[in-house]
Structure formats: C-alpha cells, structure tokens
Design a protein around this ligand. Structure first.
Ligand SMILES: NC(=[NH2+])NCCC[C@H](N)C(=O)O
Ligand SMILES: [Mn+2]
Ligand SMILES: [Mn+2]
Length: 297
C-alpha cells in the first residue's frame, strides 16, 4: 500500500503542552522505516504549519482557540482528501485530538459513508454547554456527528460528517456528566472498559467493525494513545487508569488490519514532555504497524 504520512502538531485543543512534539517523536521512533520494512511505500509530506498558542487569542473560554482550530481543520481536511484522491492511505500524526476534525472531514468528503472507530479513554463528545474544560479536543467526535458549535460542525461547509449510527467508541472510562447524557440521547455505540472486561476485546472489535463498517463501508480509525493504560502509555496529557492492556491494544489493531476495511488513520495525543524516553511514541509506532498489517507470524 502507498501511505501518505501527514504531521498535524496541533496543541490548541488541549491544556497540557507537549503534544505538538508528537509527530516528530513518532517519526524518531522509526515509523517510516518500519512501515517500509513491512512492504509499504511511504510518502512523508512533513507537518502542516501550526500557529503557536502564545500568538493566538484564547477567545471564548468554553471553546478555546475555536478560530485557529477550525482554520487548521479546513487545511488538514484538504490535505487528507488530496491523499485519498491520489490513492494514498492518509496516516495523520497528532497533535491533540482536535486534529481529527480536519482528518475525518477530509476522509468523509471522499468516502461519504465512512464509519469511525474512536479508541479513547474519553468520548470527546462534549459541546459548549457540557465541557468541563473548554478544550476543543474533548468535543470533536460530537462535532463530526453534527452536534455543538456551528463553526466546528460546519467545517468544509457541510454536516454532519459522520452518520451517528456508524460511530463506535472503544475503551471509554472517563466521561463527563453532560457528555454521558448526550451519548445516551443520541444512541452512540460505546464499548466501555467494563464491556471489554465482560465480553473480551475480540468480541468488542468484531462488533465495532460491523457497526462502523455497516453495508461494507469504509472505516476510519482514530487512535488516542490515552486509550491505553498509563503504565503502557505514560506520555499523554489526560491519563486515566484502567485502560487497554498492551495485548488488547495490539489485538484490536490486528483485527482492524484483518478486516481490510480501514481507509485512513489518526494517531493522537502523544505528549513527549510527559513521556519517558519516547516510550509512548514507540508504542504508537508499534500499534500503527499492527493496524497496517504487521503480524507475529
Ligand atoms: N482527546 C482527549 N484526550 N480528550 C480529553 C477530554 C477530557 C474531558 N472530557 C474534556 O472535555 O475536557
Ligand atoms: Mn481523544
Ligand atoms: Mn483521550
């Protein structure tokens, strides 16, 4: 496969600094080389240009950095559509999870029926009224489903980007009260850590692939590294105990590869300032490889 690697070192959507180093850290951990060794050809187009938060007005404290975030989403979205039109698989490196507004909009423009598997400790399903932090990375999935602030929802000029019935969240264990209510109201498929404990990661992933890829549709995978247990992935801005084990995460990625339905992928929230000797970036590389076909035997 031909893979286009796109760095999106955005950190305007989160409070803790350091995710802007993520794309470099993931490359330093050997991403490109290992993808090539797996047999893929790689076109690394570098990073999109991100303004420093220091030079941006925060704006509405319940929607911090809204303006630059939507602007970057437009730009990233165009880059991602471009890759797909050139028949390259977009692999987008974050950055905080707000970059998925751009990446997924770009995919949805080309693949109208795309479903999303969102692997995350969080649901990122807040809106202005429910957010406890004002951080837009916690609102992106809702925006893609058509909920929340108009300028987030209408990036690219159309909405919603994703059919709510084709959204699956996996690994959730830290949801805000208003967010829980929204998820229930809109019947979003959420497989929490309890569901994974009860049914096993294999059953959960099989269901997730069926739901997100309904009617043989394509799937976008958005992998937030904080889905993993912080013992495995210490370098994330919003760690939550009780996450996916190393083995569960690898197996989940292997099942996605096996399904042959994935058309694009985000790897987000690697925070190098909080990391230990690039462990989390290395893990991000390993998991990306599993999702893109690496097998044990
Ligand atoms: N992409 C993430 N790591 N999101 C964390 C979101 C945390 C919290 N739910 C919030 O809205 O602020
Ligand atoms: Mn997230
Ligand atoms: Mn998260």
């Amino acid at each position: 496969m031909r893979i286009r690697v796109i760095g999106a070192p955005i950190d305007l959507g989160a409070d803790r600094r350091g995710v802007d180093i993520g794309p470099r850290a993931i490359r330093y951990a050997g991403l490109i080389d290992q993808l090539q060794r797996l047999g893929h050809s790689v076109n690394d187009v570098g990073n999109i240009n991100i303004p420093l938060p220091e030079n941006q007005p925060t704006g509405n404290p319940r929607l911090k950095y809204l303006e630059p975030i939507t602007k970057l989403a437009d730009e990233l979205s165009a880059t991602v559509s471009d890759a797909l039109e050139a028949e390259e698989f977009p692999l987008i490196l974050g950055g905080d999870h707000s970059m998925a507004l751009g990446s997924i909009s770009g995919v949805a423009r080309v693949h109208k029926n795309v479903g999303v598997i969102w692997v995350d400790a969080h649901a990122d399903f807040n809106v202005e009224e429910t957010t406890p932090s004002g951080n837009i990375h916690g609102m992106i999935l809702a925006a893609l489903a058509g909920l929340g602030d108009e300028s987030l929802v209408n990036v690219g000029g159309w909405a919603p980007k994703i059919d709510k019935n084709k959204i699956v969240i996996i690994g959730a264990r830290d949801l805000d009260t208003g967010e829980q209510k929204l998820l229930r109201e809109h019947n979003i498929h959420v497989f929490t850590m309890s569901d994974i404990d009860r049914r096993g990661i294999s059953y959960v992933m099989q269901q997730a692939i069926e739901i997100a890829g309904a009617d043989n549709g394509p799937i976008h995978l958005s992998l937030d590294l904080d889905s993993l247990d912080p013992r495995e992935a210490p370098g994330v801005g919003t760690p939550v105990r009780g996450g996916l084990s190393y083995r569960e995460a690898h197996f989940a990625m292997e099942m996605i590869a096996e399904s042959q339905r994935m058309v694009s992928m985000d790897v987000v929230e690697v925070n190098s300032i909080l990391d230990r000797e690039n462990t989390t970036a290395q893990l991000a590389v390993e998991l990306t490889l599993s999702a893109l076909g690496k097998k044990i035997l």
